[in-house]
Design a protein around this ligand. Sequence first.
Ligand SMILES: [Zn+2]
Length: 293
Amino acid sequence: MTGERLRLMAVHAHPDDESSKGAASMARYAAEGVDVLVATCTGGERGDVLNPHYPPVTGGPAEMNAIRRAEMAAAAQALGVRHQWLGFVDSGLPEGDPLPPLPEGCFALVPLEEAAEPLVRLVREFRPHVITTYDPTGGYPHPDHIMTHRVSAEAFAAAGDPERYRDSGEPWTPLKLYYNHGFSMARIRGAHEALLARGLESPFGEWVESRAAREIPEREVTTRVVCADWFDARDAALRAHATQIDPTGFFFAIPRDVEREDWPFEEFELAESRVPTSVPEDDLFAGVREVVA
Ligand SMILES: [Zn+2]
């Protein structure tokens, strides 16, 4: 290919989200020569230590922030991608009934134009052809995930418009916007059935039943990227987030040989395209390669 180098930007809420959603696809594209940049909206300061095998962090948010920065750098290295912080403060996951108010100054409370500005600026600098983010529900209802969707949609809409964000760099129009589909019901059910079919124990039985009972409508999967050869890189990136990811826990519950055989891809939903393409697709750059080359 003699054309311009392809560029992919993945927008995430917290350090570790990039390693659990679309990570193997990013590693594959990076290995194939695509310039891949992860943009993380918040520092994950309000995250708890979620890995029971990790020693307690006693230094409060400042220490947590420092640890998570180091973890994020190691994860980016494992995936072979570049990384940029957008500089907002973690909103935390509110719990209780009624839910407590969000903490002052957190990402989810920042007005949209102000919250989207650093991302618009980064889009204009990095000039991605494709952007990935979360669906409008956030994928799960963490306020930072919903806000990440909102700033990504805003940047996709506005970055190419010279009348918008006038002081935030030269306009650049990204060509496609995708939503990650890390944990579709089809994937969990497929893993559940594959484990049972092999006579193995499945940790997903309860999930499959509760999801079926609640009848949550499934979002559309338009695009499956085959990336099994990069599952090892994804797993190394997950393990790099040692405060968050239990190496014996949920993310490692599917035996890797079963996963490779039954589910060798990651799934995405094409949200918007400014180039002609037809679904289903097997490449985030379908329709883009032709335009760029
Ligand atoms: Zn998150």
